[in-house]
Design a protein around this ligand. Sequence first.
Ligand code: ADP
Length: 258
Amino acid sequence: FKKLKLEGQSKDELMEMGMTFNDMIQLLESNYKSQEQFVANASHELKTPLTIIESYASLLKRKGLDRPELFNESIEAIHSEAIRMKEMTEQLLLLAKHKEQWNISMEVLDLSELAMGSAKAFRNAYGREIHVNGQHEVFGYSDESKLKQLLFIFLDNAQKYSDDRIVVDVGSLKGEGYIRIVDRGIGIAKDKLPLVFDRFYRVDAARNRQGGGVGLGLSLAVEIAEAIGVRIELHSVEGEGTTAEIWIQREVTKIGLC
Ligand code: ADP
């Protein structure tokens, strides 16, 4: 009886050890996976400001001596993008740890101004025509840097998957401000649309390899939107184009906007 009891005990202990071991492996595996994802994520998000810096630096290199008027604009863009990269690196480091530690600073933002500033930086970097239809006095309550990051993800996709001009509409409806990014590009098939927010998902991986991303932009967009209290929607018709919408709350009670 004693022996059986002992055997029983050691069996339990063995099972417990086995479970602990499995837990440890799972933890190690998930840490490894999230680390891998973090590296890919970081590279993707740092690509946009790096492209802007690279394009201005090469512009200065090619034409800077003959056209000194380019100097101020280029240095300003390089400087502000370097700051953006620094901020983004810090934020990505936070993202790799805990989202609760993100340095979110909510404030009332002029959405037209924000959209026009982002569109200008984007236009200069990619040489793409971006038309902004901005209403006056459209405000939203959010985090400026993260909202810009979100807008850049959608602008980046619009320029990657369309050749035509990109339109950005800013407006308000039923107490919410919105920024809408419209492209007339390749669009996304109806059955693929719910999948594009998954990490590493690309509709056509082979076609997207050249100039395309790694399929992290939209999954990061979901995380950013959640953190800064905005809603995102993606509407698309294959072969016709895509519309991305960012809906931003106005802080009605605190600041008396309506
Ligand atoms: P990626 O960096 O590959 O663009 P995203 O997560 O931003 O990653 O997007 C996932 C996939 O959704 C893309 O690979 C692309 O196939 C599709 N997609 C996203 N935005 C658009 C768009 N504006 N037009 C067409 N396809 C898009």
